[in-house]
Design a protein. Sequence first.
Length: 42
Amino acid sequence: MIDSELHTRRLNATPRGVGVMCDFFVVKAENSSFTQQTVFCA
């Protein structure tokens, strides 16, 4: 999936009024740190 598809999917899945802290999507994470990310640019 590309970032715009993920963004659209997040908007459809998240109720209105719920805040999203980060504007990027993590590709791989281990415990509390992520190692790869793609940045979403609006």
